[in-house]
Design a protein around this ligand. Sequence first.
Ligand code: NOJ
Ligand code: CA
Length: 706
Amino acid sequence: MICDADVTSRSRAAVRSRAAVRSRAAAPALLLLGLLVALFPPSLCAADVAAVDSPGGVLRVTVAINGEGRVSYRVDRRGRAVVGDSRLGFILADAPKLERNFILVESTTQSRDSTWEQPWGERRFVRDRHNELRLRLRESKPPVPASAGRELTVVFRVFDDGLGFRYEFPEQAALRAVNITDELTEFALVDAATAWWIPAGEWNRYEYLYNTTRAAEVGQAHTPATFRTTDGLHVAVHEAALVDYSAMWLRRVEGTLFKATLSPAAQGARVKRSAPFVTPWRTLQIAERAAGLYMSDLILNLNEPNVLGDVSWVKPHKYVGIWWSLHLDTESWASGPRHGATTANARRYIDFAAANGFRSVLVEGWNRGWDADWFANGDSFSFTEPYPDFDLAVVADYARGKGVRLMGHHETSGFASHYEEQLGAALDLSARLGIEAIKTGYVADAGGAKFRDADGSFRFEWHDGQAMSRHHLLVVTEAAKRRIAINPHEPIKDTGLRRTYPNWVAREGARGMEYNAWGAPPNPPEHEANLFFTRMLSGPMDFTPGVLSLTGRNGQRFQSTIAKQLALYLVIYSPIQMAADLPENYARYPGPFQFIKDVPVDWQETLVLDGEIGDFVTVARKDRHSEDWYVGGVGDERPRTLSVALDFLEPGRRYRARLYRDGVTAHWDTDPHAILIEERYAMRGDRWQIPVAAGGGFAVRLEALP
Ligand code: NOJ
Ligand code: CA
């Protein structure tokens, strides 16, 4: 019978010849087919047409086409179903849906096992080991005459720790302009029990606390969204290489069946492209332990290699800035008596950076446009004109003289096209000033990213729609021409494009430290243990750690100990890390501040030692420029003891360890500043038990001895 036919063990040639036979179907065969269709209702009758295993045989992806010509895929891990039959396809705005009447024209496979080097990152060398299955699909009968025989290619890349698949729209007469209303891609998660997710399509972009719910209670979620099955398997759904396309949101249909839905467009179809083009990869990271999700390099591997050539000008570094005072509201972005960005204040921060080894100084509120309601007035921003009390030339000279650079700041209030109009001039000025990196910002409610069209009319787009995906790449590529790195806040989510554009160094795109200044509520103790296994699977975050004062606006108390602030430099990865507190606060805590001065930001290797989503995580990272290792861990609201096995150290070598851990009485609420700073010697094989307080964490520097 044609239902449940399995070709998984057949050769690629056999798959191809079967397809050829199908497309040359003769009259008797059609008669037989008619009979079979009558016996087995089409929707029930799916035949497996191709399959591919991951290189180590851990995962298997099987593709089926049912009697209606609908294409689906499913995923098994070591023989156990992880994703059940999940359909593929598209709704188009001006042509019939692309979802049925498909036959397989050709199926090919190829394998890859290569290692590539990151210019900067969590690890220097990344192994890309996968098997690829490429399926050429063609509509066998036209939905309408004009669209006869449209073709669509689906490509799967299957790794041992996950998979990606994408659609390719080949050049073809029957489908030139591709106007996508929505995707029909499904993820039928088998046995998913628990989900960690934030809502998509809501006003605060990605800045929500993570929900921990039953998987069957998810609404519409951003990705990465992370799931755990009843028997403890971890699955994260995300996407890679989001270029000139709308971001994928996950919409729960019923039970644990999820469907891709694309971030909307202000007008018309959500994605407007011309064939040929490829979609982003839809990704599933699959791991036994939560730690395995973060250890996966799947997202980077699915992105294209660096197109910028020599990127030695992208400098991983630590920075300070006129920033926390603005969030405390003791100084202002706006001009006037409380203006933070004055020449004198900038000099003070430059002196502080020079004295403590920070490479750059961020100055927010330096440029015209912050007065009145800047949230609503993106059109008032100039990206070239400083306020009169900020002498840009003098400050830049002063910084240069001290061996420090300015970090640029371009807040747009989401008025993207206004920024684009000034982009060239703004970047040219930045380059002349020796600025190496710019923090951009898009503060506007989701759905409020603004574009002025040629006829003067306005469009309001989503922060993660196709228009903004184009905008961000424009900024990144224009900046690259001037050897400048970009760090957007209120960004489009990360999908690994740092591999292709290594000057896209970090983003915000989650609730960062600023919520501890004014957030209601501030970030709870479990926040970073949630972020690590969700948002951080997508890429670096400019979290702005290191606020040792642990106090926000009007005395708001952080739900963090001081040791945890140090741990964040190791847990929340970014190649640019801020020391976010005020210089005067660092003067109050010289012991812990030493760790912030010492900790590197660029890594040779990263090992997640242990972790459970929302509970705790411990991570070890090896410095890219020395033999030293660093270990950090964060917990949640419960005190616990974290075990650290130092099995990663070089055999036979001694290390001097400086451990920064919660004091005996430490608790985020009652004694947040209690910290113990201890020195001990360490060798490979040592086992440490490190007590972590409620809201606590720890950080260790392991200096390799000669
Ligand atoms: C929000 C950003 O996250 C924050 O870092 C910045 O200070 C403000 N916008 C102003 O640009
Ligand atoms: Ca928890």
